[in-house]
Structures are given as C-alpha cells and as structure tokens.
Design a protein around this ligand. Structure first.
Ligand code: FUB
Length: 367
C-alpha cells in the first residue's frame, strides 16, 4: 500500500507538474505577447505633432519680432513611387507656421510660395530656410530645375509669413539642397548647404557639376558640406563656395564608411557661448549630430549626438533660443507612418556646463 500510495502520489505529482508546466508555458507565451502589444501601445512620444491638419517637415525655426516662425517642407502624397533619390518627396508648395510661444496656438498661414510661380523650377520643393535683413524677409528653398539639377532659390516678402515673390533664376553658383542661412554677431550672413545621394552633392566637385559622379566608396573621404557668405542684398553668393571640414578629435576627416558621424544633409548652424555649432543629419544612420568650431568656416570637430533616430527615414532639425530657453525643432512620421508624410515637433534642448548637448531621444518606453 505504501508503495502504491507512493506510486499514486508520485503519479499525481507528475501530473500536477505537467499541468503546471504546460500552464506556465502557456502563461509565459501569453506574457510575451502581452508585453509586445503593451510595448507598442505604451510607446510614448517625447512630443506631439505641432499641427495635424497638414504635414510639415524639415523645420527651420526663427524668432522674428518676438514670434516663432517655422519654415518647413510641405509634404503631400502625389503618388510618385519611393526610390533612393527621394523622388517621393514631391512637394509643390510651402506653408509657414507661427506661434507666439512654445506650446501656444499654431497658425498655418496658407500657401506662401507655389511651384507654379517659380519659373526655373521643374519639381521637388525641399527643405527651406528664411532670414530677415534690409527690412525684408528672405526665403531660401532648394528645388530641381528643368534639367533635374538641384539649386537654391530665393524669394522675398515684407512679412515673415509671406506670400513670397521668387526671383526668376536660382542663386548663381548655388547647388544641392538644404540651405541654412545663419547671421553672425557682426551682421554677416552665411549660407550653409548640401546633401548627398538624392541631394546630388556627390556630383559637385570644385563647384563643377558632373552627372556621372556617384556616391563615394566606403574608404573614400566623406563628402563635405558647403558654405558661402551672402551678398548685402541677400540674393547672391558674395564669394566662391567653400567646403567645410568636419574632423574627429584627432583632426582627421571622416571617411564615407564613418556614416554615423559624416555629413549627409540638413545643415543648421547656431552660436552658443561664442562657439559655432554646426549640426547635421548623418542620413542612413538617422542621427542628428553636432560639431563645434571657432569660426563660421570651420573646421568643426565632431562632438556628439543631438537627436537619436526618430520614427521615419529622414531626420532634420533646427535649434533656436527663445525667451531664455533652447529648443530643438524636428520631425518624425508619428501621424502617417509614411516616410514622405512627416509632422513637425519641438522639444527643449539642454546643454551641459562644458557646452556639450544632452542628446534627445524622440520617444520613450513607459516604465
Ligand atoms: O524633405 C526632403 C528632404 O528630406 C530634405 O531636403 C532633407 O533634409 C530630408 O529631410
């Protein structure tokens, strides 16, 4: 009996263990699934889109007369298939947004400039910027001409929100994409620009165009962004375009394969404590990074990350000070999930006492 009792209890224990194990197995796979669902549902964005009725990307933010104006690309779905050259970024006009404070009501000022009114443009109105000088507002925009070559155009208005009247030709000597117009403390304006791959910068060497030049090989030196001083009327380059050196801490230029640090597109310059901060996108590694220099022409020493990869392929930023705080404007694809329909966001940016930037992550997992 003892034996059979033992046998029974042994069998019962075995059964219990088997049930428990299978229950646990079931429970654990359920837990994993739940965790995954939870993870998706609980993914919290650091900031919410500033507007939801229109897709605005590539934000260049400025304080004009105490109000914040955002000059960005106006993303729309035109049905152009996606390719590596960014043909699906097929924008046809610009809208300017403004607000009186961070967190304040946003005004969409409607169409400020349309492709139909720009005689030299063939297609693709990409990331713009703006500047105030001579009691006027200047709007700088890259677009492909009728030969499908990117140049940078300028348009003017007596109001920061436009409408803007474009010049009949692009800025002479300008090329590629993503202009950033920076005013130094002495009043001089510089235009930074350039973007590789779809932005065609790889085709420009010594300021000459060569359509046969492709992307660089991994061990080649990385392509460098460009800069030129602007003329007093803000409509021309006042000097030949120069390359800007971005170097590592030992002073060496990056190679193409250093694609988490080398320049891709989205130049943005600002000054902090007397130093020049050149910020840009690394493109295929999706970071916004910064390099610091002592003058507007560089060299700039790579220092670190401003913004970790956002949702979407592209990343594009601007940084401005407003009422004593610093802000990072950026975009992601939270609203659409589509790489070419992006929404603009803003978050506060913090500096460390040594002048380095505290990197921003655009979303956070909830605890
Ligand atoms: O919006 C079109 C292009 O995508 C911009 O010019 C790049 O900076 C990237 O954001």
């Amino acid at each position: 009996m003892v034996i059979s009792k033992n046998k029974f209890s042994c069998a019962a224990s075995l059964l219990a263990i088997t049930i428990l194990l299978s229950c646990n197995q079931h429970e654990s796979s359920k837990t994993t699934e739940t965790k995954e669902v939870d993870k998706k549902q609980q993914k919290e964005y650091l900031s919410q889109p500033l507007v939801t009725n229109i897709y605005i990307a590539d934000p260049s933010a400025h304080n004009f007369g105490g109000r914040i104006y955002i000059y960005g690309s106006h993303d729309t779905a035109t049905g152009v298939p996606e390719d590596d050259l960014g043909s699906h970024f097929d924008m046809k006009d610009y809208h300017i947004l403004s607000m009186d404070s961070i967190g304040g009501k946003i005004t969409d000022h409607g169409v400020a400039l349309t492709i139909k009114d720009i005689p030299w443009v063939g297609r693709q109105l990409w990331a713009p910027d703006a500047a105030y000088a001579n009691n006027r507002y200047y709007f700088y925009f890259p677009a492909k001409d009728k030969n499908d070559i990117f140049h940078i155009g300028v348009a003017t208005s007596n109001k920061p929100e436009g409408p803007f009247v474009p010049e009949k030709e692009p800025i002479k000597g300008s090329y590629s994409i993503d202009p950033c117009v920076f005013k130094d403390e002495d009043g001089t304006f510089y235009m930074y620009f350039g973007g590789i791959w779809g932005g065609q910068l790889q085709r420009w060497n010594h300021n000459q165009y060569d359509s046969t030049k492709g992307n660089r090989k991994p061990d080649d030196l990385a392509i460098l962004p460009r800069v030129a001083k602007l003329s007093a009327d803000m409509k021309a380059l006042a000097e030949p375009v120069r390359e800007i050196k971005i170097v590592d801490s030992s002073g060496s230029l990056f190679k193409e394969k250093n694609n988490d640090k080398r320049f891709f597109e989205a130049s943005w310059m600002f000054k902090y404590n007397g130093k020049y901060y050149f910020t840009y996108s690394t493109g295929d590694t999706h970071k916004i990074v910064y390099a610091i220099g002592n003058n507007p022409y560089g060299p700039f020493t790579y220092t670190g990350v401003v913004l970790n990869p956002v949702e979407g392929w592209t990343s594009h930023q601007s940084i401005m000070q407003f009422r004593g705080k610093w802000y990072l404007f950026y975009h992601d694809v939270q609203l659409s999930g589509k790489t070419y329909l992006r929404n603009v966001k803003v978050t506060e940016l913090h500096f460390n006492p040594d002048g380095t930037i505290q990197p921003v992550t655009a979303f956070k997992e909830s605890k």
